[in-house]
Structures are given as C-alpha cells and as structure tokens.
Write a protein that binds this ligand. Structure first.
Ligand code: PEP
Ligand code: MG
Length: 588
C-alpha cells in the first residue's frame, strides 16, 4: 500500500487473456481472417512506432526505446507472424486462437533454450498481448505513455512497470497481486503514487472508465462511488495534503528524542533521480541504493562508465553524508532482460542477489569498479545483499580486494578506507552474525526478506499476506540478536526494510535498540515526528518485555497499551498513526 487518496477513472491494464478457447472459421472466410490478423499486426506496429516517437521527443528513456525496437522486430518474427497465418490457413483456426497456440509453442520452445534467452518470452508475451488487444478492438495502453489522468487497475504490475509510470498521469493504482513489501508497492511509496495491492478480483469487477476511489492508507477501493463517498474521500484527500505539508515543514528539525538521542533517518532509493526527494524530506544520506533498477527494462547491461556516473552523481550531491550502494539484487521479483537470469521455480530461493553476482563475476567486478571509482567523490559504502554465511561474504570481499588491486595497479584512485557492509535478511545470517561481524564494517537488516524467509511467507503473495507479520516474536528476537552482536563487535546495525517506516513497528525497533533507519524518503517525516515526541529510555524499557511475548497479537496489544505512557504529551496524530498502522497484516 502507498499513502494517499486517488479519485479518478479506471484504466484497465493487461486484461487481455492470452489463453483463448478453440475457434475455427469457415473455409470461405479464411483469407479475411488472415487479413484481420495482418491488420492487427500493422496497427500494433504503428502503435509501437508512435509510442517510440513520443518517448524520443520527451528525450528520455533510451532503455525503453531499445525495448520498443525489439518489439517491432518481434512483430515480423516468423515464429509469430508466419506461424499464426499458417495455423489460420491450414487448421482453419480463428486468428485469436491461432495466436494463442503460437504463444504456447513459443513458451515451450523458450523453456528449452539457454537461460540467456528465456527472459525473452516476456517480450513475446507482450507483443502477443498487443496484437490480441487489437484483434479484439481493445485499446492498448502503455504505462509510459498515459495521455490522461487515470487510476490503473491491473491483475499485476512488475516493478519495472511501476518505475515507468508517468507520475503526472497515473493518479494511483490497484492490483490483485502483491504484498506490502513487494517491490511494486515499495516503488509506489517511493514515487508517492497512492496504491492498494492485493485486492482480489478487482480487474474483473472494474469497468473501463468507471469512477473509482482508492485510499492507500485504509486499503479501501470503491468502484462507482456514490456522491456521498466522493464527498467523504475528497475531504480525506484534502486532509492528507494538509498533513503532508505540515510534516514536510517539520522535516527541517532534527530527529532527536525528548531525552536527546539522535536517531539516524536515511533514504532508500532506486534511482539517482530520487535525489530531489532526499532533499525535500531531509534524509541523512542513503542507507540503501537498490542499484538493480539501473539494469531493468533494457537490452544491454549498463557499462562501468554509465554506472560510475550514476554512483558519482549521488555521492557528490550528498557528500559528506554516507551513501550505501547495494550491489546488484537481481532475481526474486526483479528480472532484467539483459541478464542471464535463470528461469527458476522458486526465484526467491534461487540465484538471486549476491549469489548471482558470485556466479557472474564479470558483472559483479564491473559494478565494484564503478562504485570504487565513484568513491573518491563522496562518502560511498558498499553493501552485499542476501548474505547467508561467512564463506559467501569472504568470497565477495575477496573479489572486492582483487578489484581494488586492479585499480591500484592501473593508478586509478578510490577510497582506500571504503566501508563494506552485509545485509542481514536470511535467518542463517542472523545465526552466524557473530562470524560475519569481523569481516565487515556494518550490518543493515533487510526485514522485507528476513520476515519472508523466517516465516516462509512469500512477501508478494496476497493470499498469505495475513501471515506476513513483522511483529512475529521470531522476527523480533532475530533483530535483537543482530543488535546484540553489533554492540559486541562495535559495528552499527541499521534497518532498511519497510518495517522501519511503519510507526508502530518503528517504535518496537527503537525498543529493541535500533538507532539507524533507512526508508523511502516520503516516510521520513512521520517517523521523525514520532522520534521527536518520545523518550528513548522509556521506549527501551519495553524491549525486554516484548522479547518474552509469545505471539504477534500480544506484542501489538502491549505496545498500544503503553502509548499513553510513551507519549505523555498525548500527541493525538502520532497515536492515531500508530493505531492505524496498515503494515500489520494479520494482527487486525
Ligand atoms: C529487504 O529485504 O528488507 C530490503 C531492504 O531489500 P529489498 O526490499 O530490496 O529486497
Ligand atoms: Mg531484500
């Protein structure tokens, strides 16, 4: 979910079902059926060309143009074009059915190809969907090119779909799939697009152009609202804006508790273009730069030079504040056309993140070179994702050292003191954290993954979202263990998962001893307001007790009972925020 209220008209996306029931045409109609298919292909070609022109005129997104060029080539691919016509002529199939058979054949063929080519099936699906929409006379929309203000309703959106949304046109979106920590939801919050994910069957009930209200805070979606609904939610929208601007005003103030403890609030970013938000919300540097977004939606891997420029820009602009660059975390729910991401049955348990980098060392070394070179321009740090044990960490460090050695011998300067950290997001890493600590300078706990791996709950699966419980005792005890190890080894421990941006969870994290947070910049003001209203010592007193509790509900209830004591000045909006915490699926 992503905060804010959106009121507008529905734009249904990706609704074309590519599985079509068998249909045949009469012999005398075969040629006109072929013509119908050819017309749909020609129209698709024109639509893609038009889109390409508009994107070029806007002078942005070279990667998107590359993808569109590939799609134009695919339109003429024998496997799609000739084969569909062959099936219409030889089997008398209707065009839609013939196209769906062709797609099935392509899926089979691609599944037998080397990994490098498997991801291409997504492009084939995309082009077939466009042709199918034209065969059915359904308008094809593209997220990069919305021409009017709309609320998107879709079965699912990938993180790269979300990244390509035009913020000035997409008022909000609703999807059937997805959990609160899926990358699609995370991006919506970063881009400040109101969104509700995990709404079952919404794309079946929503009609194109019907009016819709979505409230990203309560998770409500209203189709064809009454005038009373409209009045109520316009009012909420207005109040939301007032609250936001008040919070931004107080962003100027330091994140210091009533008893004088400074709490670090850094930013999670996906693109260098989020620097503006960092300034607006006064984040203290970047605690997590998700560099894999540089690799999505393009056909080629970004070169060392291109990566260097991005990293340098962020380092320079934020210096002397630290910028933690996380090395590539591809896999899970993020796939790159340009990378040899293997097709896997369980991508979250597969060749993801540091595992991918250690297998694809050329890509890893290139990224490390780019980071090291940029490190002379500011306060850059390196962080490895999904470390599960010491051997992996030592191997990553060994490669880093060898890249440093190369740079030294080439006379290329870099920060010799650059700090290196490990993300703690796999339970095994928690259990061996005392063995990891001597090998690095800091830990950053990635609770989004730590929760999913600890509780065996897919973070993107809406059907089990109620089981995704950040306040589960096992999660809290793991976090406490890492904090303890961090203290023993005198290394900082921060939180960069979404849990840190939820007021109730943030309170619990403070109680467990966390003093450094990194979150989407728009979330910072609410947490800063909370920090400024409490006495840390009193919050800490609650930590031991919470760690003894046997279940999520008791933990939540205990914190809520404590609120009057923790906020003696009775700040009603903070207390309301905590009560309304939308993050705690399964506890309400
Ligand atoms: C996490 O897992 O908590 C995290 C911050 O990384 P990501 O959400 O990118 O997996
Ligand atoms: Mg993670």
């Amino acid at each position: 979910m992503s905060s804010g209220v959106a009121i507008g008209h529905v734009r249904l996306l990706h609704v074309s079902n590519l599985e079509v029931g068998e249909s045949v045409v009469l012999k005398q109609n075969i040629e006109s059926e072929v013509q119908r298919f050819q017309d749909a292909v020609n129209l698709t070609g024109k639509q893609i060309e038009e889109l390409g022109k508009r994107v070029t005129e806007r002078g942005e997104d070279k990667a998107l143009i590359e993808v569109l060029t590939l799609h134009l080539l695919l339109l003429e691919d024998k496997m799609i074009y000739d084969r569909t016509i062959q099936l219409i002529r030889e089997e008398n199939y209707g065009a839609e059915y013939a196209l769906s058979c062709v797609l099935r054949e392509a899926r089979e063929k691609y599944s037998n190809l080397p990994d490098l080519f498997r991801e291409r099936i997504k492009d084939v699906e995309d082009i077939c969907r466009r042709i199918m929409n034209n065969l059915r006379g359904v308008q094809t929309y593209s997220l990069e090119d919305m021409d009017e203000e709309v609320v998107i309703v879709a079965r699912d959106l990938s993180p790269s779909d979300t990244a390509s949304m035009r913020k000035d046109k997409v008022l909000g979106f609703v999807t059937e799939a997805g959990g609160k920590t899926s990358h699609t939801a995370i991006l919506a919050r970063a881009l400040e697009i109101p969104a509700v994910v995990g709404v079952s069957a919404v794309s079946r009930f929503a009609q194109e152009n019907c009016s819709i209200i979505l409230d990203g805070d309560s998770g409500k979606v209203i189709l064809s609202p009454t005038s009373l609904d409209l009045k109520e939610f316009r009012n909420r929208q207005h109040l939301f804006k007032i609250r936001q601007s008040r919070l931004i005003e107080m962003s100027e103030l330091e994140a210091v508790t009533l008893d004088g403890y400074y709490i670090e609030l850094a930013a999670n970013i996906e693109f260098a273009s989020e620097l503006e938000a960092i300034t607006k919300y006064r984040a203290r540097g970047v605690g997590l730069y998700r560099t894999e977004y540089l690799f999505l939606d393009r056909l080629t891997i970004p070169s060392e030079e291109e990566q260097y420029k991005h990293y340098r820009e962020v380092a320079e602009k934020l210096a002397p504040d630290p910028v933690i660059i996380r090395t590539l975390d591809i896999g899970g729910d993020k796939f790159a056309h340009a990378l040899e991401s293997p097709h896997e049955l369980n991508p979250y348990l597969g060749c993801r993140a540091i595992r991918f980098s250690l297998v694809n060392q050329t890509i890893f070394r290139t990224q490390l070179r780019a980071i090291l070179r940029a490190s002379t321009e500011g306060n850059l740090r390196v962080m490895y994702p999904l470390i599960s044990g010491q051997t992996e960490l030592l191997e990553a460090n060994r490669l880093l050292e060898s890249v440093k050695e190369d740079l030294r011998s080439e006379g290329v300067p870099f920060d010799e003191e650059i700090q290196v950290g490990a993300m703690i997001e796999v339970p095994s890493a928690v259990m061996v954290s005392k063995d990891l600590a001597p090998c690095i300078h800091f830990f950053s706990i990635g609770t989004n993954d730590l929760i999913q791996y600890t509780l065996a709950v897919d973070r993107g699966n809406e059907k089990i979202a109620h089981l995704y419980q950040p306040l589960h005792p096992s999660v809290l005890r793991m976090i406490a263990q890492v904090v303890h190890v961090g203290r023993e080894h005198r290394i900082p421990v921060s939180i960069c998962g979404e849990m840190g941006s939820d007021p109730l969870c943030a309170l619990v994290l403070l109680a467990l001893g966390i003093e450094k947070f990194s979150m989407a910049p728009p979330a910072i003001p609410v947490i800063k307001q909370l920090v400024r209203a409490l006495t840390l010592v009193q919050v800490r007193d609650m930590g031991y007790e919470l760690l003894q509790m046997p279940n999520t509900n008791q933990i939540r209830e205990r914190v809520l009972d404590m609120l009057p004591k923790l906020f003696p000045n009775g700040e009603s909006d903070i207390i309301e925020n905590i009560h309304e915490s939308s993050f705690l699926a399964g506890t309400r």
